[in-house]
Write a protein that binds this ligand. Structure first.
Ligand SMILES: [Zn+2]
Length: 175
């Protein structure tokens, strides 16, 4: 089975936070396909995702300020669960000991680092995997503004299977 890594990036937003992401992507297995999606318009994230949605590849999203290692991504590809996520920390490591799900926008009940929950009903999508069978079942997400993509994918997951499979440890995050 093949693997496609979808990397939406906006070079203007916090470029120093994207260096480690590019470094890790450069180390991906050569047989994996990497799609670097330059995001200029607010619809580019969604449009690029639609273009890589169909097919029998495992699809991984790595957003521009996340820096999962290739091994972390390979673990997610090897997993039989249809939708997987890898959390990442927000805020300075020394203060907010929080990870990114449930979404900040969904309420204050963020799990703390070390609370390694196995599933999440809502997740950020900065480091996520989608199996080909699951994508075929739910269909392509609609064209939308970039900041709506997360909720759109969470709605699809809420319909089936109902929760994300969570992979630990966390991946790096630029800010
Ligand atoms: Zn998994």
């Amino acid at each position: 089975m093949s693997v496609l890594v979808y990397h939406p990036f906006d070079p203007v937003t916090r470029p120093s936070c994207q260096i480690e992401c590019w470094r890790q992507l450069a180390a991906l297995p050569p047989e994996w396909e990497l799609v670097n999606q330059l995001c200029v318009s607010s619809f580019d994230y969604s449009a690029g995702l639609a273009e890589v949605w169909d097919g029998d590849h495992d699809l991984i999203i790595v957003e521009h300020d996340n820096s999962p290692t290739p091994v972390m991504l390979a673990e997610m590809v090897a997993c039989r669960e249809p939708v997987c996520t890898r959390p990442y920390q927000i805020g300075p490591a020394s203060s907010h000991q929080l990870v990114t799900f449930p979404s900040v926008r969904n309420g204050p009940s963020l799990p703390r680092v070390g609370e390694m929950i196995p599933t999440a009903t809502h997740s950020s999508i900065g480091c996520t995997k989608y199996s080909p069978a699951w994508r075929a079942m739910v269909g392509r997400p609609e064209r939308q503004l970039w900041y709506h993509v997360e909720n759109s994918l969470n709605r699809l997951v809420a319909g089936n299977p109902g929760a994300w499979h969570v992979h630990w440890p966390m991946c790096g995050h630029g800010h």
